[in-house]
Design a binder for this molecule. Structure first.
Ligand SMILES: [Zn+2]
Length: 279
């Protein structure tokens, strides 16, 4: 089982289930499973919902409707989206898989036969508009946490792909490589010399340090509630999005504490916040 850049499963049960199924398929001569989209953190699910669903479709094409939060929502996007707090991606159970596990192929049919042994179903097949790529772990979730780094090694430069914008940052202090939204340091000058196809950016040492700092900030801690701000500030209230519910945050020390722990943040319009609040 492999994950494209940016895709991940934080639940050990989901990783193990897909890993076991994929390994069995490989033993039988089928390709490894590749996840294009695994877990979706709550703020991502919320953003997807507002991209694809609206209370007021106006003249836009409507692909379907869903009830959520006591209201009827109109889907203005061809792809389905689970209601926030209910999607199996948000529950850390699902993966959207690449070919050949995304359509009616021999590998897909064999995977469906083997899947129950690993607690997995291709439930996407049964959607009203079928999504053959959507597979779900119905077994144990195990523990939630990032997988251990393989071999304890630090990040190494990855091979540069043609469609990635690669930039070699060079200063008298050293070199680092930026590929997409990731930065890699070098442990040895020969590694930097081996990079080909990247454009080189020569910068002063101070700017180089600032660039490294910016990339060094850790990813939001998805295990914490999401801090929701109102676009433009609203009436000054800050909200917390937790387990599918939005609540006003009353204690300012809670906000400081969540920021300190690097909780994810998200911004909504006042109208969107009003829709999410309990009536
Ligand atoms: Zn899916």
């Amino acid at each position: 089982m492999r994950y494209v850049d940016g895709a991940y499963n934080l639940a050990s049960g989901t990783r193990d289930a897909f890993g076991g199924l994929s390994a069995q398929l490989v033993r039988e001569g089928h390709p490894d499973m590749v996840s294009i989209s695994g877990d979706r953190d709550p703020e991502v699910q919320l953003r997807l919902w507002y991209e694809r669903m609206t209370l007021n479709p106006g003249g836009r094409k409507v692909y379907g409707t869903m009830w959520w939060n006591g209201q009827k929502w109109y889907r203005i996007h061809p792809d389905l989206v689970g209601a926030p707090g209910s999607s199996d991606h948000e529950l850390r159970r699902s993966n959207d898989l690449a070919w050949p596990y995304n359509s009616n192929t021999a590998a897909h049919r064999r995977a469906q036969q083997l899947a129950p042994q690993f607690g997995i179903v291709c439930d996407g097949k049964g959607f009203s508009s079928p999504e053959w790529w959507h597979w779900t772990n119905r077994g144990s979730l195990g523990t939630i946490g990032a997988p251990a780094a393989a071999g304890g090694s630090t990040a190494r430069p990855t091979p540069v792909q043609e469609d990635d914008m690669a930039t070699l940052i060079s200063s008298p202090g050293g070199k680092s490589l930026v590929v997409g939204d990731r930065l890699f340091g070098f442990t040895d000058p020969t590694e930097a010399a081996a990079v080909s196809g990247a454009q080189t950016l020569n910068v002063p040492v101070t700017l180089h340090a600032r660039i490294n700092d910016n990339f060094g900030r850790t990813a939001p801690n998805g295990a914490l509630p999401t801090i929701v701000y109102v676009r433009g500030g609203g009436d000054g209230t800050v909200y917390l999005w937790t387990q599918g519910k939005l609540e006003a945050l009353v204690d300012p020390s809670t906000l400081a504490e969540l920021h300190g722990k690097n909780a994810p943040t998200f911004t909504l319009s006042q109208a969107e916040v009003d829709n999410l609040l309990e009536p």
